[in-house]
Design a protein around this ligand. Structure first.
Ligand SMILES: [Zn+2]
Length: 257
């Protein structure tokens, strides 16, 4: 209980920082300086306007300087990060593993919202992660260094092949190379089984949402839907439930017949 409360508070604060990353990383800006300010009137925020969720509620979702509505995205990202922290604290991970999965989840949250906003997945997040992943496997020991390297190769390789084939067939880019690097990153941190799981879950959920959006006339058939958020979802589902879900899948023939 105590640990979960701590995780919740930590998650809210980290989520506040992730909001900054989501806005600034695509612009190539520093995430540390300058201090947070209103994007409309440029007023620097005081400490009590920077409190996660609380400030949003107290300010009734408006900037104190110019009265412009503050996007509901900010408290959303903070809540999502807090949820991630509590889930990690609740799961039976070792301490190092818990830190690793929390950081990975944070990266996935940032990638998700940047991809939704800009249809890109920044190299500034994926490339350093791919490089660090084998070292993380060595230090944390949740997978072997070899698993990590194979994961990077399979993650990068499979999607690169699919992206290439799609481009050849349709003469247009269907899947960005950003998705390829994201999957290589997933493979590096979680191993090759996670790559297959993430791709399967990501494609299924992505197709479902795509169909719903087309039926709801929110999108045309040719509309670009960012794939990053679905891959991020698949990867985190693997972290929390992957091995159990793969077990259920492999047991299906036994359950059915
Ligand atoms: Zn303002």
């Amino acid at each position: 209980m105590m640990i979960e409360t701590l995780a919740l508070v930590l998650g809210l604060c980290v989520g506040s920082f992730l909001n900054v990353c989501i806005v600034r990383v695509p612009k190539g800006m520093s995430v540390v300086r300058p201090p947070s300010h209103c994007p409309i009137c440029d007023r620097t925020l005081s400490w009590y306007e920077n409190l996660p969720i609380l400030s949003y509620v107290v300010l009734r979702g408006r900037c104190r300087g110019c009265n412009t509505p503050i996007s509901v995205r900010y408290p959303m990202v903070e809540s999502l990060t807090a949820l991630l922290a509590v889930l990690v604290a609740r799961a039976a991970f070792g301490p190092l593993e818990a830190v690793l999965y929390f950081l990975l989840g944070c990266a996935m949250i940032v990638v998700t919202f940047i991809d939704i906003d800009h249809y890109i997945i920044p190299d500034a997040i994926t490339l350093p992660s791919i490089i660090v992943a084998p070292a993380a496997a060595f230090i944390v020991g949740h997978i072997t260094v070899m698993d990590s390297l194979i994961g990077i190769l399979i993650g990068g390789g499979i999607l690169w092949g699919v992206a290439w084939a799609y481009q050849m067939l349709r003469k247009q880019e269907g899947m960005g190379l950003g998705d390829v690097k994201l999957l290589a990153m997933v493979g590096g941190f979680l191993g090759w089984e996670a790559v297959l799981f993430t791709l399967l879950v990501g494609s299924l959920v992505g197709s479902l949402i795509g169909i719903v959006m087309v039926l709801g006339r929110r999108a045309g058939l040719g509309m670009e839907i960012p794939f990053g958020p679905f891959l991020a979802f698949g990867a985190m589902l693997y972290v929390f439930n992957g091995p159990a879900l793969i077990g259920v899948y492999l047991d299906l023939p036994n359950l059915l017949f």
